[in-house]
Design a protein around this ligand. Structure first.
Ligand SMILES: [Zn+2]
Length: 249
């Protein structure tokens, strides 16, 4: 019996692998940035009306829906243009009642989160999750830097963030970033956090995002924003990740 179970589980793993590869090969470039926000809105609307998907509040990671796949929405505010465009994206989330997560940098390189505090606090009152978008792994002592960022977030925004995400920089200091993912899971509570959207705390079957890069350094998105993928395994989690700088009305 044990052997049969092993064979079945190996077959399932092989099938899942090929199913995913087939999906990757079949998807097509749909649009280059800037993308019309209609695409984002259409994606959310079709998920909302889908009997097999459920859009859930960003922090509701643990819940289980036996029938439907769970979809989370996260906005990373990376640049000055992102914070400028954020209200247009948020208008759609508010209208469709999507409880997305919004993640803010506090390094002041692109923008100062404190300059937008009133707007961000309004979103927080409306149940949007507002957390730290950390760049701590760009420093040698990344745990100390994470603590410093958390303190700065508190002084800029006036509240303790419950969650964090990490700003991606491709392969830059990837090894350190991975080390951070492994170490922070043992101590994020001591910095006041409940959770973080990092691979050692949350996993997704697939992330649909807006920052693919072609050989000419142009950002694009695939047609998965139009036609959300479905995979055969049950009870999956998906992430829709956007950067408002790439979108326009
Ligand atoms: Zn980022």
């Amino acid at each position: 019996m044990v052997q049969l179970n092993n064979v079945w589980s190996t077959l399932k793993t092989i099938f899942t692998f090929y199913e995913f590869q087939r999906y990757l090969r079949a998807r097509r470039i749909y649009h280059y940035a800037p993308y019309p926000l209609k695409i984002y809105e259409q994606c959310l609307k079709s998920l909302k009306s889908s009997p097999s998907h459920q859009l859930v509040p960003f922090l509701a990671y643990e819940g289980i829906d036996r029938e439907r796949d769970r979809v989370f929405v996260r906005h990373d505010v990376d640049t000055q243009q992102c914070i400028k465009n954020l209200p247009e994206t948020m208008e759609i989330d508010q209208r469709l009642k999507i409880e997305a997560g919004i993640y803010l940098r506090v390094d002041d390189e692109e923008y100062s989160a404190g300059d937008h505090r009133d707007m961000l606090l309004r979103y927080r009152e409306q149940e949007f999750e507002i957390g730290l978008h950390s760049l701590c792994y760009t420093k040698e002592d990344y745990i100390q830097e994470f603590q410093r960022e958390t303190e700065k977030f508190k002084s800029l925004m006036g509240f303790q963030p419950r969650s964090f995400s990490v700003h991606g920089l491709g392969s830059f200091r990837l090894e350190t970033r991975t080390k951070f993912y492994q170490e922070i899971i043992h101590c994020f509570h001591q910095f006041g956090y409940d959770t973080g959207d990092i691979p050692t705390l949350r996993t997704y079957k697939h992330t649909i995002h807006d920052c693919h890069l072609d050989a000419q350094n142009r950002r694009f998105l695939y047609d998965d924003f139009l036609c959300f993928p479905r995979f055969s395994s049950k009870r999956k989690r998906y992430l829709i990740l956007t950067h408002p700088c790439y979108w326009k009305v």
